[in-house]
Write a protein that binds this ligand. Structure first.
Ligand code: GAP
Length: 499
């Protein structure tokens, strides 16, 4: 059996054809980088969420769930730093009718080996960064100047860079503008924002959770929800969207345990991804040099998408950055009591944050196969973990015979309260198998004339295409064993407790 390597373009057209993902508002020509989940996509997405949710709040007795609002008080985004820092600065060049992102531009203009060393260069080199990173140093310099002098300095800065590297720069700048990454809406004449991360809803409920559940450090709060970002370059299908969904867990700890818990969650989150079964080689860690404004330490779990290794999940040490800021802006104490020292302190936070849509794309891109079978036959098959499959089993009468149809419908009805099933009687059995393979249904059940006598059905497995006879009274157990979430959760629990 030969396999064909799937491109991103093929995944996009597969997702539409088989009802997984549609471009939003398509009949009105769509909106860039926003998608709708179709009749099979919604089940796959919900199954991913259910697995994450249960492996957080069911497997860990010290992690609880929350569902906070998308619209929040605008002060939250001032306190969190998003209002000031979650934006990009652009320089517009009229003659070229093009906007340049300031950090990319400066990186392009200013090279470390530039001979035109002047006081500005020296200043840049003096700015200390964790890894002596040049780009970070420049951005830091710009950040400081923006905050202090509001943009005018940038033009001066760019002029100086021009002097440093004359040949490379022939731009004439017309104006500078800010590109805000948070979507704004208006409520009672004030600007409010669509949340760009779910985390702030957890931080701002810290006191309520503490008081209602009497939790002791260390403990975690998990949340799944929609977030919105006005991405500058939204692309690569559902990899970078403007409306997407996050699954985040904030783990509250004592600061002396920061290293221990950071390592713990970095390890546990990779194990969780591995249990989905896409292959160990598809994942790697990546340590961040350029940290988000709230993070003190950050690792990505990257996945090998059809366009290369890219961020799948982020593990961040946010320390007490957020709670400290919310204390300051809300004037409410967000602390826990330390019995040992008989004093209150603001806990540190280790965050795990992953986009459901990216897991979805990782699963589709690794599990979708075009297989070339014997006698020039070909099948499209979605070889996903059986629990994640949108439909758990398909029930067929072998042919359109009244007795077989009645029997098949009886079996379908008796099992449908236990599993999401589908019933089909059109076309040949071969065509029905192909349709179910393509949407990832792990089991097909066929009722034939022998069934009427021996009370057995034929089960056919998606991946191996092997078939076996099973007594009808054992069918429920067979499907359950193959497709239940418990199998996946147990695997995760076993691996996570040993590694
Ligand atoms: N609370 C921390 C936070 O939001 P992030 O690294 O900006 O951190 C976390 O985002 C995760 O959200 C990423 O690892 C990615 O899986 C997902 N994500 C971020 N931007 C996205 C986008 N535009 N489209 C889809 N998923 C995105």
């Amino acid at each position: 059996m030969r396999n064909h390597k799937i491109s991103l373009k093929e995944i996009v057209s597969y997702a539409k054809k088989y009802g997984f993902i549609f471009p939003t508002s398509e009949i009105y020509d769509g909106i860039n980088a926003i998608y709708d989940y179709g009749p099979y996509g919604i089940h796959l997405k919900n199954n991913i969420k259910e697995y994450w949710w249960r492996s957080m709040i069911q497997i860990n007795e010290n992690i609880i769930g929350l569902d906070t609002s998308i619209l929040m008080h605008p002060k939250i985004w001032k306190a969190s730093g998003h209002a000031e820092r979650f934006k990009e600065i652009f320089l517009y060049n009229k003659s070229k009718n093009y906007s340049y992102r300031i950090d990319f531009l400066l990186e392009q203009i200013f090279k470390p080996n530039s001979k035109g060393d002047n006081s500005l260069c020296k200043k840049l080199w003096q700015i200390k960064t964790k890894k002596n990173n040049l780009k970070k140093r420049i951005i830091q310099y710009i950040d400081d100047n923006i905050v202090l002098k509001k943009y005018k300095k940038i033009l001066v800065l760019v002029k100086k860079f021009k002097q440093i590297n004359k040949k490379k720069v022939q731009y004439k700048w017309n104006y500078i503008y800010e590109y805000k990454l948070m979507f704004q809406i208006y409520f009672k004449k004030q600007t409010i924002y669509l949340r760009p991360e779910t985390a702030q809803g957890i931080f701002t409920n810290f006191l309520n959770v503490q008081n209602s559940r009497k939790l002791k450090i260390p403990f975690g709060i998990a949340q799944i929800g929609k977030v919105f970002r006005n991405e500058i370059m939204a692309r690569q299908f559902i990899f970078r969207m403007r409306e997407f969904e996050q699954m985040e867990m904030q783990f509250f700890i004592h600061h002396k345990d920061e290293e221990k818990w950071f390592k713990y969650w970095k390890n546990k989150r990779l194990i969780w991804h591995l249990t989905i079964g896409l292959g160990e080689k598809k994942y790697r860690y990546f340590e961040h040099e350029q940290l988000a404004h709230y993070a003190k330490q950050a690792y990505d779990i990257q996945f090998n998408f059809p366009f290369g290794f890219k961020e799948l999940e982020g593990i961040h040490s946010r320390r007490n950055f957020d709670l400290k800021k919310h204390e300051k802006y809300s004037k409410k104490k967000l602390r826990v009591f330390d019995k040992e020292n008989q004093s209150y302190y603001i806990p540190y936070i280790i965050e795990t944050s992953v986009g459901i849509d990216r897991i979805f794309l990782a699963i589709l891109s690794s599990s979708l196969k075009i297989e070339f079978l014997k006698q020039q036959a070909k099948r499209t098959v979605l070889k996903i973990n059986p629990y994640l499959a949108p439909i758990k089993a398909a029930i067929f009468p072998l042919i359109q015979d009244k007795r077989l149809i009645a029997y098949a419908k009886y079996i379908f009805t008796s099992l449908k309260s236990s599993f999401l099933l589908t019933y089909e009687e059109n076309d040949s059995i071969g065509k029905r198998y192909r349709r179910q393979d393509a949407i990832g249904t792990p089991i097909c059940v066929t009722i034939d004339f022998k069934t009427l006598k021996d009370k057995c059905v034929t089960i056919r497995y998606r991946d191996s295409m092997l078939q076996k006879r099973v007594l009808i009274k054992n069918l429920k157990q067979e499907i359950k064993q193959e497709t239940s979430i418990n199998k996946l959760l147990t695997k995760f629990f076993m691996l996570a407790s040993t590694k």
